[in-house]
Design a protein around this ligand. Structure first.
Ligand code: CFM
Length: 539
């Protein structure tokens, strides 16, 4: 017999038709950690149920907007109707800083083939070729990326054939993505498609040698609100050479050169774990999971890098940087904590952030009531240990799994098997591992996958959290319910929130948001308007 759903799950789903309620119940879990570290299974990365108002985005968004978009000198062309290009134009706060004014920065441009009915009927390949030629004439980029939108897949335009032809004709790197919006159940599919194409078309093309001793790539950091700048600075101060970032504040050459490092750091597991795994298979570069959100997490991540390289000088520099940063952290945290302790938060973000930001709230002494991902997979919730048990459904099969072999010349294991075993024995290091969000949440806390708008409102009504973190789509509905809402996608207009500097910004921001008095000084127009108007409004 099936267990009875916990009362809150029944409460959240009781308005749904029976079948929908049943299926939503599998995506709403009350956390309960077992002694072996396992947590309840949650259903994730499945199609949103019809009738549910989801916060998810499309596959094209995950590929173009998230993974490739932040790279400043790969020229992106959207093959499709103008809306897809327009609505993905500068909508994510991924910042970039070209080293000089003459360095290219195409991020501000929006290039699209602007498909018309005629192209839908007779095909759009000719128009796409023309667009690539025009783009090349204007910008002379090193690389052009072509992104497919829904109609491209429906009518069968072969963007890859066009890319090959244009690469030949123009003599630059041109590659395409079959990232039609409908290709997967969410933007997560787009991440995978982008990872595959980077791996096939970019990584390993540049053999620049770096003399520095400790070389890393940072994978899954997109420099939202300047987070990437803060992390770059920390690396520099610790004496760590950051060759490439995928893909915040990045350029094409560094990505092409990224196979020369000795360690990959995975920040956002959801969007980029595929690249980490493929680079290890092909080039022998191990990866570890890091999190630079939260002061404690930042210190832990820096120490993990120290542990991996096992060099005294590096460890000493890392400890020195931590020691330099901690007094300011302590002061800001003590101040904010004295106001925020005991307050409650809910976090619903796309993939990694619903997990990463819990650290910052805990540093403020706040309690997490509920958290969830829009499109995370079970391994993001429960940890990579569940990977072998995840059933591959038809939607996941839709996304190509590359077969990767060791490179005959360039495969070079960075550590011996023995060394790796030793490192892997330290579970905290998370070598080739991600322990997931739920094992780090307390028992009784709610975990909800692909939360609906209705459930959001119901949660607020039931729990009255002190702050609800989400995105722009949810923000105003939450605030109208009288609860402050911090956007954890775009950071509203704030940030950076990464590293130590970011943690201080975040403590202050949350303190301010929780204690803002402005609304209590205001009254709604109908509360202060003349009686006639009041009566009219009442009608
Ligand atoms: Fe990774 Fe991201 Fe996130 Fe993400 Fe995103 Fe984002 Fe996000 Mo918005 S890559 S999964 S697809 S950490 S854009 S920078 S905030 S949903 S939680």
């Amino acid at each position: 017999m099936k267990n009875q759903a916990p009362p809150i799950v029944t409460e959240l789903t009781k308005v749904y038709p029976k079948k929908v309620a049943q299926r939503r119940t599998e995506q709403i879990v009350v956390n309960q950690r077992q002694t072996d570290g396992s947590t309840p299974a949650i259903k994730a990365n499945v199609r949103t149920l019809p009738g549910i108002i989801t916060q998810r985005g499309c596959t094209y968004a995950g590929c173009k907007g998230v993974v490739i978009g932040p790279s400043r000198d790969i020229l992106s062309i959207t093959h499709g109707p103008v809306g897809c290009g327009f609505y993905s134009w500068l909508t994510r706060r991924n910042q970039t800083r070209p080293p000089t004014l003459v360095h290219e920065n195409f991020i501000t441009y929006c290039l699209t083939t602007d498909m018309q009915e005629e192209n839908i009927v007779f095909g759009g390949e000719k128009k796409l070729k023309q667009a690539v030629r025009e783009a090349y004439t204007h910008f002379k980029p090193k690389a052009i990326a072509i992104f497919s939108t829904c109609p491209v897949g429906l009518i069968g335009d072969d963007v890859h054939a066009v890319a090959r032809a244009m690469k030949e004709e123009l003599g630059i790197n041109v590659f395409g993505f079959s990232c039609e919006g409908y290709r997967g159940v969410s933007q997560s599919a787009g991440h995978h498609i982008a990872n595959n194409a980077l791996f096939k078309n970019v990584i390993g093309l540049d053999e620049t040698v770096h003399e520095e001793k400790f070389k890393i790539n940072l994978l899954g950091e997109y420099n939202i609100g300047g987070d990437g700048f803060v992390i770059e600075d920390l690396m520099r101060r610790c004496g760590i050479k950051q060759v490439a970032t995928f893909s915040g504040n990045s350029d094409y050459k560094s990505m092409a050169n990224s196979h020369v490092v000795d360690l990959n750091l995975v920040m956002c597991h959801r969007s980029i774990n595929y690249v980490a795994e493929m680079m290890e298979k092909k080039f022998g570069i191990p990866w570890i999971k890091v999190n630079f959100i939260g002061a404690e997490a930042t210190s832990k991540s820096l120490r993990k890098i120290g542990e991996y390289f096992g060099d005294e000088g590096l460890t000493a520099r890392i400890e020195q940087v931590i020691a330099e940063e901690m007094p300011a952290i302590e002061a800001a945290r003590t101040e904010a904590r004295s106001h925020c302790e005991g307050k409650t938060a809910m976090l619903f973000v796309g993939g990694s952030r619903a997990h990463h930001y819990q650290v910052l709230f805990k540093e403020l002494g706040m309690r997490i009531l509920a958290a969830g991902y829009e499109f995370g997979h079970r391994d993001d919730y429960e940890g990579r240990k569940v990977l072998p048990t995840i059933k591959v459904d038809a939607d996941s099969k839709n996304i190509e799994e590359l077969t990767v072999e060791p490179d005959p010349i360039r495969y070079r294991p960075r550590k011996s098997e023995e060394e790796l075993e030793k490192l892997a024995a330290d579970a905290e290091l998370e070598l080739r591992d991600y322990i997931g969000m739920m094992p780090e949440m307390n028992d009784g806390e709610l975990v909800i996958d692909d939360i609906s708008e209705y459930e959001t409102e119901k949660l607020i009504e039931t729990y009255k959290p002190d702050i609800f973190c989400a995105g722009i789509k949810e923000k105003f509905a939450i605030q109208k319910a009288g609860v402050p809402s911090k956007q954890l996608h775009s950071y509203d207009y704030g940030g950076p929130y990464a590293g130590y500097e970011g943690a201080i910004n975040f403590y202050r921001e949350i303190d301010r948001m929780l204690h803002i008095k402005a609304y209590s000084y205001l009254s709604a127009p109908w509360q202060s308007s003349p009686p006639e108007l009041k009566a009219a409004v009442a009608d």
